[in-house]
Design a protein around this ligand. Structure first.
Ligand code: QAP
Ligand code: CO
Length: 180
């Protein structure tokens, strides 16, 4: 098991387009297990492989909503085969920490994918599950929820995260200075 580093917006590696998985073998199953571990450690509800710099069509999800569908789910090579309606939903993202904004999404979708054993399944989804699937599938196309916002909102989020990343590096620079 391993916990991966999650890339943060505006890292250009988040723009990679994920390739379909050819065979769900032991290596992919290890990736899925590591993605769950990484997502739980970061207290997320969904994670796409692109977010840990693995450009493959793999998504893990575990909604922590009481009473509802709350088992871990894995989607390999997912396709949305039906969508209807539109609605706004407030989204966040492990790659855009600290920011939450409304995004327009389909109200209801039907998804086809492979599970972590490589078996095909289909699923109808609405509410948080439906939104989360659409959000994670965007990642597989190199797209982030901030791309659905206005240029101004996205630019503000980008500069705040870049500033935070710079400040986050200061202690390391200090340590380097002290060492030299
Ligand atoms: C995608 O997002 C999602 O800002 C999954 O500081 C989110 O797991 C789809 C997280 C909401 C639909 C609705 C975000 C953790 C986790 C943060 C996540 C943060 C810590 C986000
Ligand atoms: Co995300």
């Amino acid at each position: 098991m391993a916990i991966y580093e999650i890339l943060h917006f505006p890292d250009p590696r988040l723009r990679q387009k994920a390739k379909p998985v050819q065979v769900v073998d032991a290596e992919i199953q290890q990736l899925v297990a590591d993605m769950f571990e990484t997502m739980y450690a970061a207290k997320g509800i969904g994670l796409a492989a692109v977010q840990i710099n693995v450009p493959l069509q793999v998504i893990v999800m575990h909604l922590n909503k009481e009473g509802e569908e709350n088992r871990p789910i894995c989607f390999i090579n997912p396709e949305i085969i039906h969508r209807e309606g539109t609605m706004p939903w407030e989204e966040g993202c492990l790659s855009v920490p600290g920011f939450y904004e409304n995004v327009q999404r389909a109200e209801r979708i039907r998804v086809r994918a492979l599970d972590r054993e490589g078996n095909p399944f289909e699923l109808n989804a609405d509410g948080l599950l439906g939104v989360c699937i659409q959000h994670e599938m965007d990642h597989l196309n190199g797209k982030l929820f901030v791309d659905h916002l206005s240029f101004l909102k996205r630019s503000r989020i980008q500069s705040k995260l870049q500033k935070q990343a710079r400040l986050g590096q200061l202690p390391k620079l200090d340590a380097q200075k002290q060492a030299s």
